[in-house]
Design a binder for this molecule. Sequence first.
Ligand code: FAD
Ligand code: NAG
Ligand code: NAG
Ligand code: NAG
Ligand code: NAG
Ligand code: NAG
Ligand code: NAG
Length: 493
Amino acid sequence: MLYLTRCLVPLIVLAVIWRQVSQADSSETTKEKIAIIGAGAGGSSCAYYLQRYSNHSYDITVFEKNCYIGGRSTTINVHDDPRWPVEVGASVFVKVNFNLVAAAREFELKVQSYGSRKVRGKDGLAIEDLFGIWDGRKFVFMQCSESSWQSAIKLLYQYGTSPVRAHLLYKKTSTSFLALYSQDYFPFANLTEISRSRNLTNITSETTFDYCTGHGLSAGYVNDIIQAATIVNYAQSVKQIHALGGFVCLAVDEALEIEGGNWQIFEKMLQKSGATVRLGTEVSGIDTSTKSSGKWNINIADSDKVEEFDQVIIAAPYYQTGIGGVPLQIKDAQYMTLYVTLFTSTKRLSSTYFGLKPGVPVPAMIFTTLPDDEQAGSHVRPWFNAISIIHYIPDRKEYVYKIFSPSRITPEFLRLIFDKGAEFSWVYEKIWDAYPRLDPISNFSDWKVDNGGIWYLNGIEQFISTMETSSLAGANVAALIVGANNKTVVSVP
Ligand SMILES: Cc1cc2nc3c(=O)[nH]c(=O)nc-3n(C[C@H](O)[C@H](O)[C@H](O)COP(=O)(O)OP(=O)(O)OC[C@H]3O[C@@H](n4cnc5c(N)ncnc54)[C@H](O)[C@@H]3O)c2cc1C
Ligand SMILES: *[C@@H]1O[C@H](CO)[C@@H](O)[C@H](O)[C@H]1NC(C)=O
Ligand SMILES: *[C@@H]1O[C@H](CO)[C@@H](O)[C@H](O)[C@H]1NC(C)=O
Ligand SMILES: *[C@@H]1O[C@H](CO)[C@@H](O)[C@H](O)[C@H]1NC(C)=O
Ligand SMILES: *[C@@H]1O[C@H](CO)[C@@H](O)[C@H](O)[C@H]1NC(C)=O
Ligand SMILES: *[C@@H]1O[C@H](CO)[C@@H](O)[C@H](O)[C@H]1NC(C)=O
Ligand SMILES: *[C@@H]1O[C@H](CO)[C@@H](O)[C@H](O)[C@H]1NC(C)=O
């Protein structure tokens, strides 16, 4: 087995694969064969919904080049200790993410509010909910440990009616988007058209800054508060990211996570689908030579093996897949490079570095914005997008920190933001092609990307890039493939 050398697939997984392959050989040969490339939120959801809508009438193979299920949704154990898994990629979803919430319920996964494992109390080392917005020189906003009505008044004083207006715009947009789940619209054959008809293209075709200031929000509020949200969520400024992307970042009420890791939703979906999951197996090409017979050949990297399928679903950002062989009608998207650095220390960030009086705790969550004069080019961008304490480990009296940044976090940088003597007992770095550049846009890739049976899910990321929307894209393409007219059967979640 070639992929054993590429990736240490646990033998148990192999045993499952072998069993399923042999079943497929005997009893499932008459079923239509579907290949799904990618076992992230999109590919897993597609497999799950294909079988749910069709009463398990497909023979599905999922190819995944990584050694794990989940793609950009994955955890790492702090100190290698399974008691302390932390998200490296997608960390939160919200209550209106209907597909994820329904799946968590079906699979009896424990949904908890985001960050509830931070652990407070007992030994006095609780982590406050304080957050601050840093512009590289000073905090432009700080939520103090006052009661919440006091901070509400402070926000009102500082930004006038902008917070309320922002909330109303967000609500309106959210309602317009959520209609896509209804029987009236799901499944949608054409994202470009549904976005237009729901008046969402107005919002995707302008920058967050232009759209918000055009709807009565103050430039100060958009630059300070909304920009902190667009930088932490998508590593993009309000003058670049489209307004739908901007509003997604404002969806913060009732942030949720799956205890132990969000990837479990996708693992359970694949299990339920009965798909053959081939981990450590990279698809290198799609071969058209058999297209006339309505079949597609899939080429596996480092292998001469060719496998034949009736339909192929590409469930990964196309230009990252390295797949060649067929010219597909896919709109290019540039992805943002993001460094996620996780580390532990018994110490808190340096108050002096962050311009606070000694002894005043630095906020547990620091978001960043660009200073007013950034356009003039007189300022170096902040060195990080966000720093937050995501856990406290009582046994070791250690905080677990997470930094998002556009470049590598060096030891020198850590020495700068901590006081002398701070030690880092565990450090982990992951570099992602995290999400697309969300420049204003009004046309999206079609689901069908050639004239035969090749489908593409990740065009939706230029509309909204989240686990939920990738899952929705998977369900949508599954519904289009099944082609059922019964809206009770073909529905989300
Ligand atoms: C740091 C970070 C934070 C984020 N935070 C959030 C968040 O809080 N909430 C949220 O909802 N979203 C968040 N996101 C976005 C979210 O992770 C993605 O939108 C979503 O997971 C995309 O799922 P997907 O299945 O479309 O793609 P992916 O998860 O990227 O899955 C694609 C899979 O395809 C595989 N693949 C690629 N090419 C090949 C090939 N040739 N052969 C075989 N397999 C291949 C890849 O290995 C990968 O596993 C975050 C992303 C990052 C990086
Ligand atoms: C689904 O398929 C199974 C086995 O083929 C069959 O027994 C069952 O009746 C089917 N269910 C529906 C709702 O069609
Ligand atoms: C989707 O709609 C857009 C805009 O109307 C159109 O240009 C495109 O061809 C449509 N795609 C398909 C597959 O019909
Ligand atoms: C979109 O905007 C038009 C023009 O204002 C309006 O008539 C229509 O009802 C709106 N549609 C939705 C879905 O909000
Ligand atoms: C979207 O744009 C159209 C045409 O410019 C306009 O009529 C409509 O009111 C806008 N809808 C929203 C929700 O802003
Ligand atoms: C893209 O959108 C623009 C504006 O909505 C439209 O004029 C153009 O025809 C679209 N292009 C394609 C290829 O669909
Ligand atoms: C649609 O499917 C549901 C669930 O299987 C079933 O109860 C219903 O009768 C079906 N409706 C039609 C019109 O076939």
